[in-house]
Design a protein around this ligand. Structure first.
Ligand code: HDD
Length: 727
């Protein structure tokens, strides 16, 4: 890590210092009760005689059991399953032109952050690879107080108004009569709701895309979604959309793989984040902003206040303004990851809201939910939630209050306390809300500027590469195939016709239904009882661009194999290319693991002892990004007789991963389904490298170099169409 200047160090240490008095370490200490009494016997309860009844007076037993009985708190109503890390954010250059936010001024300042990633629908113990939106919540501990950017890995949302949020979540969560299915949207109630909410269609395209099954939390984008405001020192405001761009690029797994990972390692994403940080491979994202001047508010083909719309990067480029690095795992999951409380209303001067009706509703929900989840209005005193700026106000008491407020004054104005604590002038950093003219009738209504539900859904679909489009078709077919009610499938396909006829036809074909001639009516139920449905029909507005390159993962960064997991399959009698390939891959930052018939060590042909990191019985190709098979006749003969080795290669092939083999290793490939496809492809005069298959008669540095290039490509999707294999 680059050395910190004293100033940088001082800022980044502030949260660590702030947490320090609350940490505990029992190393070398006596065990005590919660009252600090040293415990002499933690093995036996107090009894009337060795074989007698336990005595009620055993306060040590009662304290221990009582605490245990109350260990659980309610999980988050949404985003229950999450993983988090500490780190810091540093701006590249002052953003004073747009905002006075203190943490966006000085490039030498490192602002501490705590970031929690999550799935939305599943319970706290659900698998990481659910097809779902991922939460991306960042808490900045700034000198001006906490600023929370509570976003997702998808830049738009399902609904336009917060009043629909409980309906959306009730629809996607397990069905109430039997609590099935867990962490999955593939069921009747979700699609019933969606089929009646055309505004959800843009987000549905994203949620059915590969974005919803990320390879790693470190390899996904983040978005603030709503349009926010920046305000500068002169009081001038502009609109801003926030982005997080991962330096490792945006990558996904395949659906078949996701289903298998959930069984093989349900903590796959959590483990990946934790291990990367532990190994010093700190995840990094650049913060991007799209700035829109106030005068341009109405120049777009959509309303900036509509959270189901994004601003295409071709229309307003993303300016990369700083970098976030995650470099420390939490010490304690419950104290930090579980108890952290985010809220889009945690603001600092220089940043403010807009009237986006989804955001406005969120501003109520987040504090409210902490009251039942964390149990008290004092949740801000939990160490992970504490501001590094000191807190002074007249809020008092409540469950679990920790602050000891001195003096007899707890009101304002006061003279007895000298008027303290003072209100801060703007010049002293006092927060003022952005002055916005509002001259309106009080109405319960939706703006007509929100009625275009399909144009951007189409923009997204059209911007996808062919394999990405295929995956959307597959995902929709899987999800709707899990719906029991045919009418729901038909209605959703009707919606799809509004996005793309080809898409609708392919899904309909898979489902064995006809594409409805006309979408089922009514198209939009988002209106009140006295409203006329015809006044709520969706409109189609021509978007400024037909395609946007930034929306396709095909155009992401593919120049590194840092932290990619590579399996080497080998056992006794493997050749010396095992170590050569391992060294070459590790030099490029890959994580290499030797997978063998059993644990323990085995010998290479040149008599080196190799330790197996994993054995087939506890491993699987779905946990890796690529696979290498060294030569060595004895090793290959043994692997040929191990069905799990064959499955390993077939799956890696089916999941479009880079595969390399040399010498006798290529024979092992030939005994697989993959091998047959590979051989016929090669016999047709094709270059195997274009399929991500690297083979050679013997190991050479060029083979390793070609393998590195192939792993960096992440996936060779053309295999999916070229040659389907069972695995
Ligand atoms: Fe929310 C949690 C993101 C709309 C109500 N939300 C929560 C978390 C994330 C988001 C990342 C987890 C935070 C953490 O890790 O603790 N939510 C979003 C985004 C939305 C959104 C990006 C739309 C753009 N949310 C939304 C609406 C409402 C809520 C419209 C209610 C009206 N969200 C909540 C909540 C949660 C929450 C019930 C559950 C746990 C929590 O807040 O702390 O208040």
């Amino acid at each position: 890590m680059p050395k910190n200047t004293p100033k940088q160090k001082a800022t980044i240490d502030k949260k660590i210092e702030n947490l320090a008095p609350h940490t505990e370490d029992g190393t070398g200490q006596f065990m005590t009760t919660d009252q600090g009494l040293k415990i002499n016997d933690d093995q036996n309860s107090l009894k009337a005689g060795e074989r007698g009844g336990t005595l009620l007076e055993d306060f040590i037993l009662r304290e221990k059991i009582t605490h245990f009985d109350h260990e659980r708190i309610p999980e988050r109503i949404v985003h229950a399953r999450g993983s988090a890390a500490h780190g810091y954010f540093q701006v590249y250059e002052s953003m004073a032109k747009y905002t006075k936010a203190g943490f966006l001024q000085d490039p030498s300042v490192k602002t501490p952050v705590f970031v929690r990633f999550s799935t939305v629908a599943g319970f706290r113990g659900s698998g990481d690879l659910a097809r779902d939106v991922r939460g991306f919540a960042v808490k900045f501990y700034t000198d001006e107080g906490n600023y929370d950017l509570v976003g997702n890995n998808i830049p738009v949302f399902f609904i336009q108004d917060a009043i629909k949020f409980p309906d959306l979540i009730h629809a996607v969560k397990p069905e109430p009569h039997n609590e099935i299915p867990q962490a999955a949207s593939a069921h009747d109630t979700f699609w019933d709701f969606v089929s009646l909410m055309p505004e959800s269609m843009h987000m549905i395209m994203w949620a059915m895309s590969d974005r919803a099954i990320p390879r790693s939390l470190r390899m996904m984008e983040g978005f603030g979604i709503h349009t926010f405001r920046f305000i500068n020192e002169q009081g001038k405001g502009c609109f801003v959309k926030f982005h997080w761009k991962p330096l490792l690029g945006v990558h996904s797994v395949t659906w078949d793989e996701a289903l298998k990972i959930n069984g093989k390692d349900p903590d796959f994403h959590r483990r990946d984040l934790h291990d990367a940080i532990d190994n010093g491979d700190y995840p990094e994202w650049e913060m991007g902003v799209q700035i829109v001047q106030e005068k341009d508010e109405h120049k777009f083909a959509f309303d900036l206040l509509d959270p189901t719309k994004l601003i295409p990067e071709e229309e307003v480029p993303v300016m990369r303004i700083g970098k976030m690095t995650l470099n420390r795992n939490p010490d304690n999951f419950f104290a930090e990851t579980e108890q952290v409380a985010f809220h889009p209303g945690h603001l600092v001067p220089g940043i403010d809201f807009t009237n986006d009706p989804l955001l406005q509703g969120r501003l109520f929900s987040y504090t409210d939910t902490q009251l039942s989840r964390l149990g008290s209005p004092n949740f801000h005193e939990i160490p992970i939630n504490r501001s590094i700026n000191t807190v002074h106000n007249n809020q008092r008491d409540g469950h679990m209050r920790q602050q000891i407020n001195k003096g007899k004054v707890a009101y304002n104005p006061n003279s007895l306390g000298g008027g303290c604590p003072f209100q801060a002038k703007m010049a002293d950093g006092g927060f003022t809300s952005y002055v916005e003219r509002i001259d309106a009738k009080k109405v319960r209504a939706r703006s007509k500027s929100f009625f275009d539900h399909f144009s951007q859904a189409r923009l997204f679909y059209m911007s996808q590469s062919k394999p990405e489009q295929n995956h959307i078709v597959d995902a929709l077919s899987f999800e709707l195939g899990h719906c029991d009610t045919e009418a729901i499938r038909v209605r959703v396909v009707g919606m799809l016709t509004q996005i793309d006829g080809g898409l609708a036809a392919r899904v309909a074909d898979n489902l064995g239904i006809k594409v409805p001639a006309k979408p089922e009516q009514p198209m939009n139920l988002s209106f009140g009882a006295d409203a006329k449905p015809k006044d709520f029909q969706p409109v189609f507005v021509q978007q400024a661009v037909e395609k946007s390159a930034a929306l396709s993962m095909a155009n992401t960064v593919k120049n590194t194999i840092k932290t990619r997991q590579v399996a080497i399959l080998a056992t006794n009698g493997t050749d010396d290319s095992l170590m050569k390939m391992k060294t070459a891959l590790e030099a490029k930052g890959a994580m290499v693991k030797v997978v063998s018939l059993k644990l323990g060590t085995f010998a290479t042909t040149d008599n080196k002892q190799i330790k197996a990191d994993q054995a087939f019985f506890g491993s699987s190709s779905v946990l890796f990004d690529a696979v290498y098979v060294p030569g060595g006749a004895k090793s290959i003969d043994a692997l040929k007789n191990e069905p799990n080795a064959i499955l390993f290669i077939n799956e890696a092939y089916r999941h479009c991963k880079a595969i390399a083999a040399v010498a006798e290793g290529t024979d092992l490939l030939s005994t697989t389904y993959a091998g047959e496809k590979i051989n016929s492809y090669q016999n047709d005069g094709n270059d195997l490298a274009t399929l991500g298959i690297i083979t050679g008669k013997s190991y050479k540095p060029e083979i390793a170099a070609a393998f590195v290039d192939a792993i960096a490509q992440h996936r060779f999707w053309q295999r999916e169409e070229l040659s389907k294999i069972p695995a």
